[in-house]
Design a protein around this ligand. Structure first.
Ligand code: MN
Length: 230
């Protein structure tokens, strides 16, 4: 078969490091789940079907160094999240088989322009303006599930040494299996897809110069500094 001729050289895939390996994980799409932990304002609606949105793979960066402060926001906020890395594609995956599709896990930040998100919610508009910008999804190395098992500890996030977010993965309203199954009913999952699984209460503002430290028991930790306003 002849290779196609491209009108320009296509980008190589975005990749993440793999813990304990020289190989890197090629990132496909990034599915994000909203409202997957009990927050003070969501009591009583805990099993409302999960909301999905997406970030393009180009938002994914290694969680090292600086978090660029995004343009067009006055309210830049952090969300620490468990990230599922999918290793095998499939559609209509039954819950009881879903864990077999997991290649590994990472800790990630679903960075958000909260002011833009608030306007989008108010006006019934899409969320991309709030969720998609350069560097919007820093992630640790992916830990193969063969090494970590399926995580069951806590996730946490500190800013300048002060704890902002901490909860148990047990608090997730929709389990890893349920999220994989649900998303695969909507669209075929592919190897390389990531699922960001929602953030516990305590999401709050970031300021230039803030130092974020965050992690997930048994999965990974990150430390990054917030850059200057553009
Ligand atoms: Mn989120």
């Amino acid at each position: 078969m002849n290779m196609p001729e491209y009108v320009f050289t296509p980008d190589l895939p975005v990749t993440l490091p793999v813990l304990g390996s020289q190989q890197r994980f090629p990132v496909g799409r990034v599915f994000c789940v909203g409202r997957n932990y009990p927050w003070p304002d969501t009591q009583g609606e805990s099993r409302v079907p999960p909301v999905f949105f997406m970030k393009p793979s180009t938002c994914v960066v290694d969680a090292v160094g600086e978090v660029p402060f995004p343009t067009v926001t006055e309210e830049f906020v952090h969300e620490i999240e468990l990230v599922i890395a999918i290793g095998e594609g499939g559609a209509n995956i039954p819950e009881e088989q879903a864990l077999a599709y997991v290649w590994g896990y990472a800790a990630g930040l679903d960075l958000t322009r909260r002011d833009v998100q608030r306007l989008a919610k108010r006006d019934g508009l899409p969320w991309e303006g709030a969720k998609v910008f350069d560097g919007a999804a820093p992630m640790t190395a992916i830990v193969p599930v063969s090494r970590s098992g399926h995580p069951e500890g806590e996730l946490w996030l500190n800013v300048n040494g002060q704890e902002r977010q901490r909860d148990s993965l047990d608090s997730q309203i929709w389990s890893v299996s349920e999220m994989i199954s649900r998303i695969s009913q909507s669209v075929s999952l592919r190897a390389g897809d990531l699922i960001m699984t929602g953030s516990p209460a305590g999401v709050d503002l970031l300021q230039p110069g803030d130092v974020i430290s965050a992690g997930i028991d048994g999965i990974g930790q990150l430390e990054m500094r917030v850059g200057q306003r553009p």
